[in-house]
Design a protein around this ligand. Structure first.
Ligand code: DGY
Length: 319
């Protein structure tokens, strides 16, 4: 029997590409750049499945393209806001994601940003690399200790919990959080507050862990206005989960102390105003970027493809 035809839209790690090449009639995008929308739409007609990443926008029009052959999308990412999920459901296209394997790496990145922002690491390194360091000082470049401070988690899912656990157990932070629905036993001390506003107002550091892709940002200008002047905002989830313009305005006016961002509203565009601020640490969406984790994510996507073409239940079905 002919092997299913799959399109892999971006470069994956070598072991994952080798597995897909062995098991499928796989087309690999030779460049590690997002494919143009027209090429992706055309590929919908002559492949059985797509293996995209979170940087590939798969809109309704693409899923409804005349003569579509794709029946399965194995997204390499836990987030799937790049795919119009309702349109996929309507078209009867199965979609899977890659949860769990990236939880720890992403929580590590949240901690990295919390520490970098509160300790003003970017400004200090910039000064040193510019050859402006005059030597040790007791009073220059002082940051803020996080020990005993309040970490506010917006979205107590897998990555929110892993971040809170690290902050509580490893760094002595007190945890408050907002989650739409009650969460079960966390295994560490944390207080659930009734609203996003309450968490924003109580926290010294706010860390955002909610999916993107909504019609409007979940964390709004009004929420940011509730933050303490001394507080920091961290985002390792999706850029469109936070009102980016309002965040820039708050940072520019000194309404909050700083931020640590791994994700942006219109990636790869990062507003100049942010790039010029010394009070923010900026990373290029590397939350899960370790060799081990990116390979594990690829294998989870491959496991989902295998299950689909074997007629079995998908291990990580989204729709
Ligand atoms: C995801 O998986 O959704 C991340 O944003 C990319 O690793």
């Amino acid at each position: 029997m002919a092997k299913p035809r799959i399109l892999v839209t971006r470069k994956l790690t070598d072991p994952v590409e080798a597995r897909l090449a062995a098991d499928y009639d796989a087309t690999f995008n030779p460049s590690d750049r997002p494919m143009p929308a027209a090429a992706l739409a055309a590929a919908m007609r002559d492949h059985d499945a797509l293996v995209p990443t979170v940087s590939d926008r798969i809109a309704a029009g693409m899923l409804q393209v005349e003569g579509r052959r794709v029946r399965m999308i194995a997204n390499v990412g836990v987030g799937f806001s790049n795919i119009d999920i309702e349109a996929a459901r309507d078209a009867g296209i199965a979609v899977s994601n890659t949860p769990d394997v990236l939880t720890d790496a992403t929580a590590d990145t949240a901690m990295l940003l919390i520490l970098s922002a509160t300790r003003r690491a970017f400004a200090a390194e910039k000064m040193l690399r510019a050859g402006r360091w005059g030597g040790f000082s007791i009073v220059d470049g002082l940051g803020t200790s996080i020990q005993g401070k309040v970490l506010g988690i917006i979205g107590m899912g897998r990555i929110g919990r892993a971040t809170a656990r690290r902050a509580a157990a490893g760094f002595g932070m007190e945890i408050v959080y907002y989650n739409r629905s009650p969460v079960g036993e966390l295994g560490f001390e944390a207080r659930r507050l009734e609203s996003i506003e309450a968490v924003m107002a109580a926290a010294d550091v706010v860390s955002v862990h909610v999916p993107g892709g909504g019609a409007a940002p979940l964390v709004t200008a009004a929420h940011i206005a509730c933050m303490k002047r001394s507080a920091y905002l961290i985002n390792t989830a999706r850029g469109d989960s936070v009102d980016q313009d309002a965040l820039i305005e708050a940072l520019a006016r000194g309404r909050i102390a700083g931020a640590g961002l791994d994700v942006f509203a219109e990636e790869p565009e990062v507003p100049k105003a942010l790039r010029e601020m010394e009070t923010v640490t900026l990373l290029p969406h590397i939350g899960s970027a370790t060799q081990e984790v990116r390979t594990a994510m690829g294998h989870v996507a491959a496991d989902n493809l295998d299950a689909f073409f074997a007629g079995k239940e998908l291990p990580c079905r989204v729709v």
